[in-house]
Design a protein around this ligand. Structure first.
Ligand code: FAD
Ligand code: FES
Length: 367
């Protein structure tokens, strides 16, 4: 009896091993797509190894499609037009695409796999995005959870960007984290200094990139970033400006103000900085110096949860009720918002209710 059972187990094991080997061989052959061509804008062909995402295949060729969430399929930044060869639309893409986008062949480059020759259309501006080798020149503590980090450019040695744009930072494996990740960070310094730039990075508990930045990165380390990305920059009009950004959302606004300090402007501008307590305030004196050099600018910090012992005598609560103090003509007002999706939604709703046209509300959502 025992002999019979053992024979059965042996036969079963041999059969399982046989099918497992067959599966591995089949997978090897089926997923070996060979070298495939991606045709870009009907002008240029690049040859890539098939089977990888369109996003990573292009990045191997030094063509950097924006990918603020690092290819996780949650930001929608990597949208591009696939004319031929993208395969069927995937369930992971649908939540981030409108009906019109789906109908016109827009896809998420991080989700589309290159399994056959593909034809795509991407904006020419993408070819200006570069990968930079940098060295950390300075790390400054702004608050208990927020650091300012200055990157000195090594190769290429200079960068050209618009105030408000962002970079994508690549981490290195650290501690128990074996893989590299990519995350988006707005440039916080003005574009006049083209040999270095600064980012302001707030620690997210358990966050893969921010833990690396806060706990492992040191002055002198070499770091790679790609960029510049994005269309969050001040439009060239005469409209009044309302900036709203709390936490590390201050980064692109600081860059814009440094740029305006050099260029000069007489536009009426107000920056509402929302924070919980005085512990979350930073660069306050630096923001106040812009009130001196840009006489039409005002900096208004608003605390939502100051405690009695903080002796805070500034504005408290949400920032929205204070907009009416500075709003002259809603129709001729632009808003630049930066931070969490929740804050952006709430502030946009309040501004639209006050009469600010939706198309004049610009934002970078950090979510
Ligand atoms: C265009 C753009 C510009 C950005 N600019 C900046 C900037 O200038 N400074 C800056 O500090 N960040 C900025 N961010 C956010 C940044 O890209 C990362 O999402 C953030 O630093 C978290 O990365 P992580 O790898 O540490 O966390 P992850 O490992 O990605 O996340 C860990 C956990 O925290 C949650 N989480 C992720 N992000 C946040 C958050 N911001 N707050 C609360 N919970 C979160 C996630 O849902 C997850 O559960 C920007 C994002 C975008 C899209
Ligand atoms: S990179 Fe964020 S959705 Fe594709």
């Amino acid at each position: 009896m025992i002999k019979l059972i053992l024979t059965d187990i042996a036969i079963l094991t041999v059969v399982s091993v046989f099918f497992a080997i067959l599966l591995v061989i089949a997978q090897r052959f089926l997923s070996n797509y060979g070298i495939l061509k991606i045709n870009i804008n009907g002008k240029r062909d690049v040859s890539v190894k098939g089977g990888n995402s369109l996003l990573s295949s292009l990045s191997e060729e030094q063509i950097f499609i924006p990918s603020a969430c690092g290819g996780r399929g949650s930001c929608g930044a990597c949208k591009c037009k696939v004319i031929e060869g993208g395969g069927p639309l995937l369930p992971t893409e649908k939540p981030l695409l409108t009906k019109a986008e789906m109908d016109s062949g827009i896809r998420l480059a991080c989700q589309v796999k290159v399994k056959t020759e593909i034809k795509i259309d991407i904006p020419e501006s993408i070819f200006n995005i570069r990968r930079f080798k940098t060295r950390i020149a300075k790390i400054e503590d702004y608050t208990y959870d927020t650091k300012g980090i200055t990157f000195e450019l090594l190769e290429p040695g200079t960068i050209s960007f618009k105030a408000g744009q962002y970079m994508q930072l690549e981490t290195q494996p650290y501690g128990k984290v074996k893989q590299k990740v990519v995350r988006a960070y707005s440039i916080s310094s003005g574009p006049q200094n083209d040999k270095q730039f600064q980012l302001i990075i707030r620690l997210v508990p358990e966050g893969m990139c921010t833990t690396w930045v806060h706990n492992y990165l040191k002055e002198g380390d070499e770091v790679y970033l790609t960029g510049p990305y994005g269309d969050f920059f001040i439009r060239d009009t005469d409209a009044d400006i309302i900036f709203v950004a709390g936490g590390s959302g201050k980064a692109p606004i600081k860059s814009m103000l440094e740029d305006l300090e050099v260029k000069g402007t007489d536009r009426k501008m107000t920056y509402f900085f929302g924070a919980r307590t005085t512990k979350d305030l930073y660069l306050t004196e630096y923001m106040q110096h812009f009130e001196q050099v840009l006489p039409t600018f005002q900096y208004i910090p608003v605390l939502s949860h100051p405690s009695a012992d903080e002796n805070w005598n500034g504005r408290t609560g949400f920032v929205m009720p204070f907009f009416k103090e500075v709003m002259r003509d809603p129709k001729n007002t632009e808003a630049y918002l930066c931070g969490s999706p929740g804050m952006i939604n709430a502030v946009t709703k309040a501004l639209v209710e006050m009469g600010v046209p939706t198309e004049k509300i610009y934002y970078d959502s950090f979510g």
